[in-house]
Design a protein around this ligand. Structure first.
Ligand code: RTP
Ligand code: MG
Length: 137
């Protein structure tokens, strides 16, 4: 299986709940290694640029408003099958539909405040990692 990298964001709701460590433990226990990390508060420009693929969607403004509402913890994760493995740890976008034991089932409150972001494909991960960690090769 291929060693991949994926971009992960612990969103403002989960940072506010003080569960960064619990989420990091899940990454580590799944064999995902943190290869870059930064806590920051996103500007509107950064959040809009990051979610540009969604800019025509009805939820875009709510998504950007939420992502700039407080600090986020951004990390690049590396490991076997990292993109899918991370998506499995996250659970479904809507926490009400997320499987028990996933990050969103355990820590998220709503489809807007859904605790984590994860790249959805290897190509997207490369773009997203370069967006936040241009120094990481
Ligand atoms: P993410 O990009 O944050 O990892 O989430 P995802 O792949 O599971 O979901 P995506 O379709 O990429 O949507 C990005 C974020 O937009 C919000 N959303 N709201 N109200 C809605 O119907 C709706 N759909 C999506 C969610 O917060 C989602 O994480
Ligand atoms: Mg997505």
């Amino acid at each position: 299986m291929a060693i991949e990298r994926t971009l992960s964001i612990i969103k403002p709701d989960a940072v506010a709940k003080n569960v960064i460590g619990q989420i990091y433990t899940r990454f580590e226990q799944a064999g995902l290694k943190i290869v870059a990390a930064r806590m920051t508060q996103l500007s509107r420009e950064q959040a809009e640029g990051f979610y540009a693929a969604h800019k025509e969607r009805g939820f875009f403004k709510d998504l950007v408003d939420f992502m700039v509402s407080g600090p986020v913890m951004i990390q690049a994760l590396e490991g076997e099958n990292a993109v899918l493995k991370h998506r499995d740890l996250m659970g479904a976008t809507d926490p009400k539909k997320a499987e028990k034991g996933t990050i969103r089932a355990d820590f998220a409150d709503s489809i807007d405040a859904n605790a984590v972001h994860g790249s959805d494909a290897v190509e997207a991960a490369q773009v997203e990692i370069a967006y936040f960690f241009p120094e990481v090769k």
